[in-house]
Design a protein around this ligand. Structure first.
Ligand code: MN
Length: 519
């Protein structure tokens, strides 16, 4: 396994390693709730008729600060193990945590972007043992979190409630030295404290999500917000964005909340969709057999395409939370909150709405914002380019490196050439690709490729000559019935395409023919 893979796996396995050695009920043996199901398909089916999914996501995001949550150690991914450390994040005796103001500022910004109430919050110790958490407790927030009662509106229009978004510190990671990075079969394990004490926000969503696509949409929107406001890099592949899914099912029409399972170890959006679908189907199957799932943590096995039981889910009281005596509560002043709010950039929803107001279609606008090409599209439309054509290029022809450096005026000029039929759509696509590669303007690229030769004046001469050469056909075109007219239109267009070796724009040819016929 490549070192990068090992690191990544280690990051994700740190938690399961901890649970395997902890004293809370470990369940490695198969239970009645753990029969094999067929693997979730890549494009998940819906549940059997009459059942619906109830999903709530917990998202942990590492905050993009320069230093850690409570110490001056560097907050940076990668690097030699145990180099970004400090006595505080190692939990050495006599050390005291000092709150990172920037982390609080970013967390407040997240709360505002998620429409939360920002409140006085208290740091709490969450007590449990992990080898990669040397204090044996995690500093988190419990009954008084920083952000409460928000919501997130998705591009599709669904609104997902946000229960809370609290601050805490990350644990280090345990790397198991074995063939597959798992604790089982590993000869020994190594602990890397570089990640210990990295500032985290934990965003707890309400169980308002009803399916795998919506779950993915929620995470994508959340990630777009975090990246937009600069609060996190949102990289799932580096573990700076991690998703746990609470899944249950219920009969359609009911509003009950049945027993849920929490799925860990989901490290891509694709896995998230598959894991949720698998787990919901498992629950339905159990209910249909007169059984019930039990509350537990489960792990997603990507290769097997199924979840497996972990520990039986502990309750909050098992952690023996209490207010951390080393830290004072944070009570953000309204002035500070207002200052942070004023400094927030336009959020993804606002950016989508701006494009829609310019005449773009909603789905296409979401794609443009997702690619971070919405400002380019907006500027091109402002410069007079057709909105649909602009967004169409963004969706289909600009999913390439370097697209973000495209000059908006050049882009607008290209679309105008296309609209005025100076370029066919196929030619426009080729010119656009070269614009991204070279940064040249569309006129000179089209000229160099010989695309500009087919101007309207030249076409007019050609059409007139054809009419003169084929008087009978022209007679049928101008005076025949609909069928004749269509047939002759095809004849003339075909002749012109032949004469121009396909360079002429069919729409322009058609317009010229109609014009000559006096239509
Ligand atoms: Mn947490």
């Amino acid at each position: 396994m490549a070192p990068a893979d090992l690191r990544r796996r280690g990051r994700w396995r740190a938690r399961s390693a901890g649970s395997g050695t902890s004293l809370v009920g470990v369940s490695e043996t198969a239970s009645t709730t753990d029969r094999d199901l067929t693997s979730a398909p890549a494009e998940p089916d819906l549940l059997p008729d009459g059942w619906e999914m109830v999903v709530g996501l917990e998202v942990h995001a590492e905050l993009a600060t320069r230093t850690k949550m409570f110490s001056p150690a560097r907050n940076r991914f990668g690097g030699e193990p145990n180099t970004n450390i400090h006595p505080v994040c190692l939990g050495l005796p006599g050390t005291l945590p000092v709150v990172n103001e920037k982390a609080v500022e970013l967390a407040i910004g997240i709360g505002l972007a998620l429409n939360c109430t920002i409140q006085r919050c208290v740091w709490a110790r969450k007590n449990y043992f992990y080898p990669d958490m040397p204090k044996d407790y995690q500093i988190s927030q419990y009954d008084l979190p920083l952000n409460v009662d928000g919501y997130l509106e998705l591009p599709s229009g669904a609104v997902i409630g946000i229960e809370r978004a609290h601050m805490e510190e990350d644990a280090g990671k345990t790397v198991h030295a074995g063939d597959d990075g798992r604790i089982h079969g590993a000869g020994y394990s190594l602990v890397d404290y570089n990640r210990a004490g990295v500032p985290l926000i934990e965003i707890v969503g309400r169980p308002d999500i009803r399916g795998p696509e919506q779950a993915k949409e929620y995470v994508e929107e959340l990630r777009a917000i975090l990246v937009t406001i600069g609060a996190s890099d949102g990289k799932m592949e580096e573990g700076s964005l991690r998703v746990d899914a609470n899944v249950s099912v219920r009969p359609v029409g009911s509003d009950e909340l049945r027993t849920r399972c929490e799925i860990k170890n989901v490290n891509s959006l694709r896995s998230l969709g598959r894991a949720i679908t698998y787990e919901a189907r498992r629950h339905v199957q159990l209910y249909q057999q007169g059984e019930a799932p039990r509350q537990e943590t489960r792990h997603w096995d990507e290769e097997a395409g199924r979840t497996r039981p972990g520990r039986s889910k502990e309750e909050a009281e098992d952690y023996r939370y209490f207010a951390d005596p080393d830290l004072v509560p944070i009570d953000p002043s309204p002035e500070w909150v207002a200052e942070i709010k004023a400094a927030l950039p336009a959020l993804p929803k606002e950016r989508r709405d701006a494009l829609v107001a310019k005449g773009a279609e909603a789905r296409a606008s979401a794609i443009a914002v997702g690619r971070n090409l919405d400002r380019l599209a907006y500027a091109a439309i402002e410069a007079g380019a057709d909105a649909d054509k602009v967004l169409n290029h963004v969706a289909h022809n600009l999913a390439v490196d370097g697209a973000e450096n495209l000059n908006a005026d050049h882009f607008a000029a290209l679309v105008r050439m296309e609209t005025s039929s100076a370029l066919t759509s196929t030619q426009a696509k080729q010119v656009l690709a070269e614009m991204v590669d070279t940064g040249n303007d569309p006129e000179s690229i089209a000229q160099a490729r010989g695309f500009e030769a087919m101007d309207t004046g030249e076409l007019e001469t050609l059409v007139d000559r054809l009419i003169a050469d084929h008087p009978d056909e022209w007679q049928r075109f101008t005076a025949g019935d609909d069928k004749d007219r269509k047939k002759m239109q095809g004849f003339f267009t075909g002749q012109i395409m032949k004469a121009t070796r396909g360079q002429a724009d069919g729409k322009v040819v058609n317009r010229l023919l109609m014009h000559r016929a006096g239509g």
